[in-house]
Design a protein around this ligand. Structure first.
Ligand code: G1P
Length: 273
């Protein structure tokens, strides 16, 4: 079945980037004049996704406003001979809907809210902290892998050993090229990580994952963890991991955000890509 839908969980507090995230959602951090989440939407569209659900929370109305049309601004631009700017505020040509996560109970809880949206189809999950601005959209790489294996596929990348405690980490068996079978997963291992392959914010999931999400107890950090549901589901179906090509920038990490701005500036100068 074609992967047509994507969930973007954007309900977190952004504690790593306080105090700015008290009022500006991390997903709205500017990158060459566009918010970070706009690049995620672009990645989804160029990977063939047709419908998007963004999970938000109380302080994230700015995201909804950004993806809404502003007729007032369009009229203003038209009347003031600034028609050339209208294109820059045109909302992406894709169906986007929103749901609010009432309490910050973790990534697994956020994804759980997408069950009625997903409606028994395979679906993509794209964490908007993780930006990959390469030629080949990374969620597209996972969708291709899903078509082959017809089961959960997780995007992974090698991460330095001292940073593995901040990620979900897989125990893997190499199958071919960049594809692995996942034998086990651990969310934020505090010691003895099973490999140096970290989960890097992109997934294509079988809808059966909801059965496992619904049964979950809080895990690492007292939160409902998607990683735990993926681990539980190993009893039922194989899970795979694809080593993603491309540079990843974690915009919640100040060094990565700075490097991303620098990369984009060098590539595009002042022009918005
Ligand atoms: C989440 C996932 C984790 C993954 C990470 C990638 O953690 O739970 O498995 O490795 O995203 O960015 P978070 O960074 O939200 O704590």
């Amino acid at each position: 079945m074609k992967v047509r839908k994507a969930i973007i969980p954007a309900a977190g507090y952004g504690t790593r980037s306080l105090p700015i995230t008290k009022v500006v959602p991390k997903e709205m951090f500017p990158i060459n004049g566009r918010p970070a989440i706009d690049y995620i939407i672009e990645e989804a569209i160029s990977s063939g996704i047709e419908e998007i659900l963004i999970i938000v929370s109380r302080n994230k109305n700015m995201i909804m406003d950004y993806f809404d049309r502003s007729l007032e601004l369009e009229t203003f631009l038209e009347r003031n001979n600034k028609q050339h700017l209208i294109k820059s505020i045109t909302v992406p040509d894709i169906h986007i809907q929103f749901v609010r996560q009432p309490t910050a109970k973790g990534l697994g809880d956020a994804i759980r809210l997408g069950k009625p949206f997903v409606n028994d189809e395979p679906f993509a999950v794209m964490l908007p902290d993780d930006l990959f601005l390469d030629e080949q959209p990374v969620i597209g790489q996972l969708i291709t892998a899903y078509q082959e294996v017809q089961s959960n596929v997780i995007g992974v990348q090698q991460v330095p050993e001292n940073q593995l405690k901040n990620y979900g980490v897989i125990k893997e068996m190499h199958l071919k090229d960049q594809l692995f079978e996942v034998l086990d997963l651990i969310e934020k291992p505090q010691s003895a990580p099973p490999s140096d392959l970290a989960v890097t914010g992109r997934y294509v999931l079988d809808p059966t994952i909801f059965t496992f999400l619904e049964q979950l107890k809080p895990g690492s950090g007292g939160e409902i963890q998607l990683t735990d549901a993926l681990k539980d589901m190993l009893q039922l179906k194989k899970c795979f991991a694809q080593n993603l090509s491309g540079t990843r920038y974690d915009i919640g990490n100040p060094d990565d955000y700075y490097n991303l701005l620098l990369y984009m500036y060098k590539k595009f100068g002042h022009d918005s890509p």
